[in-house]
Design a protein around this ligand. Sequence first.
Ligand SMILES: [Zn+2]
Ligand SMILES: [Zn+2]
Length: 206
Amino acid sequence: MINVMCVRVVSAIATNCYIVNAVGSSEAVIIDPGAEYDKLQAVLRDNKLTAKAVLLTHAHYDHCNAAARFQADGCKIYMHANDLFLLESKENLAARHGLEFNCFKPDVLVADGESIRECGITFKVIHTPGHTSGSVCYVAENCIFSGDTLFCLSVGRTDFATSSTEDIISSVKELFALEGDYFVYPGHGDGTTLDFERKYNPYVRT
Ligand SMILES: [Zn+2]
Ligand SMILES: [Zn+2]
């Protein structure tokens, strides 16, 4: 069993961060720390948790600008290789919002279909290109951390570097093809469920 805590919000553009731990464990995985290291450390402290790993859904600054500081604390950073170029490019959107980008080198590059084991939790990686070509979703138990791929009644923007509308539609269809229902924890906005999105998401019809 896992606990999922949503920390809203961790950037100027309302990014959600998720802190995930196995019930009874004090070790936590952070999904998309955004740009607010201090805020997250306070939440971790309040809940007597220690961060051990950072899983990034993609490398836009609003999801990963605090990753370098967690890495300095000893956290392993996971991301997909297709977004590596963003770490060295203005296309990570930090400059566009008047911010410095805190560069880092990921410890582990994730690939479609593989499983990550961190803090007693297994996360399955689903490569979901479209918002960026290195976007991924992470599935743990009955939860999908969908980054900027799938939102409540929407999908991620596809007007950024390496974006593709065609790809995001087929990526969301791949999520819809999973068996059964899941809680969906998106990178922005409210949470939803896979069944609700299968029925009502106006961008992706099955
Ligand atoms: Zn993004
Ligand atoms: Zn975002």
